[in-house]
Design a protein around this ligand. Structure first.
Ligand code: SF4
Length: 386
């Protein structure tokens, strides 16, 4: 039994700031059922797992000695055999607009970023699912890192615990967007396990409607997601209206064509009144012409869609420009006039490089232009995007 749970070696600081050379079970990556089995393996009743889960997830307590409704015997056993891993905040930047970017260090020294956006319209945490990203989108700084490694479910959910605790939001409602570093469907099992853990009613009880998963369009994984019990909102990074343009800026299009992705979207089960969000980063002279807008209307015919236009957040190393407000307005108006639900994303946190496509741990900062305003087209706050 010990081997099954002894998955957290070591020398990383665990619960209560202990350092140990023994292998400890990491409760941060356990679903409630696993935790029940673990508690039983320590010779205690399964129901104590719910108490422990509530301490960790609802109260943010990871020091077993402070879990005051547990018996002394169980607390001692936990101190001896378990830990609750938590990344360390190495940097926290606060934007003029209230957006906060957290740089988090993992147990192996790797770093990731998570972002808090205060009013979108609820509070939103933008969470990473990988260190770096293998997708290599041409306009994205994270893509330039390549994939370093996948995050575990413990590391994905720990971002939520850490941000909620740091911002005093553990008992408030908030949204999660899986739009930080990485492609969530490229780390499918850990991502789905993280969603189940966040949904656990003894923990944060986060309803899947409060979670948005953004994908570049990995078609087999989209089909797999379509069969899941816990179904997050789906956002698809489309970014172009023709196969040729999309293949030039979204390399995965060479494997899963835009038409394949659209077909998968048509198959994707949606509850009444729900739509798939199509994200479209606007790149001057690449995908921003009135013809592109008209082609996009055609591409999305028959799909329950809303379109989110993302004026590029220019950055050193990104070989594209942001279109003018006039170009963006014209593009949005063509979509809106054809009956598409369209919004233009207002950039958030650009002064701290927390904006869309700017998440990279060792990149350079940038300054950009204002968001566009289109009469009749809502401006929505931005979250960084996959
Ligand atoms: S836009 Fe998203 S999918 Fe593309 S490289 Fe960046 S993080 Fe990866």
């Amino acid at each position: 039994m010990r081997d099954r749970f002894a998955n957290q070696p070591t020398f990383a600081k665990g619960s209560g700031g202990r350092y140990t050379d023994r292998v400890l079970a990491d409760l941060a990556g356990m679903e409630l059922g696993d935790l029940e089995t673990f508690v039983e393996s320590l010779g205690h009743k399964r129901f104590h797992a719910k108490q422990i889960y509530r301490w960790i997830w609802r109260r943010g307590v990871i020091d077993f000695a402070q879990m005051s409704d547990l018996s002394q015997g169980l607390r001692t056993a936990l101190i001896d055999k378990a830990t609750v891993s938590l990344p360390t905040i190495t940097k926290r930047d606060v934007s003029q607009d209230g957006t906060q970017k957290f740089v988090l260090q993992l147990a192996d020294g790797k770093q990731i970023e998570a972002v808090f956006i205060p009013d979108t319209p609820a509070q939103t945490f933008c969470v990473s699912t990988q260190v770096g990203c293998a997708m290599g989108c041409a306009f994205c700084l994270t893509g330039k890192m390549g994939l370093v490694r996948n995050l575990s479910a413990a590391e994905i959910t720990a971002q939520v615990r850490l941000l909620a605790q740091s911002l005093d939001l553990l008992d408030k409602s908030f949204n999660i967007v899986l739009m930080g570093m990485g492609e969530p469907l490229h780390n499918y099992d850990a991502t789905m396990k993280a969603l189940r853990m966040l949904n656990e009613k003894e923990g944060l009880a986060l309803h899947p409607k409060r979670v948005t998963l953004s994908t570049v369009g990995l078609v087999p994984m989209m089909d797999k997601l379509a069969g899941e019990e816990l179904m997050p909102n789906l956002a698809v990074s489309l970014h172009a209206a023709t196969e040729e343009t999309r293949a030039a800026i979204v390399p995965s299009n060479k494997k899963y064509s835009m038409q394949d992705v659209i077909d998968a979207c048509k198959r994707f089960p949606l509850a009444k009144r729900r739509r798939i969000m199509f994200e479209y980063v606007m790149l001057a002279g690449v995908n921003d012409s009135p013809q592109d807008a008209r082609k996009l209307v055609k591409v999305l015919t028959g799909v329950k869609a809303k379109v989110n236009l993302l004026p590029l957040n220019a950055a050193p190393g990104i070989p594209f420009e942001r279109p003018s407000d006039e170009v963006i307005n014209t593009f949005a108006k063509i979509l809106a006039d054809k009956g598409l639900n369209v919004s233009v994303r207002k950039s958030r946190g650009r002064d701290i490089r927390a904006a869309c496509g700017q998440l990279i741990v060792e990149g350079q900062g940038s300054k950009g232009a204002r968001g566009a305003t289109v009469p009749g087209v809502p401006e929505v706050p931005e979250v960084p995007s996959a």
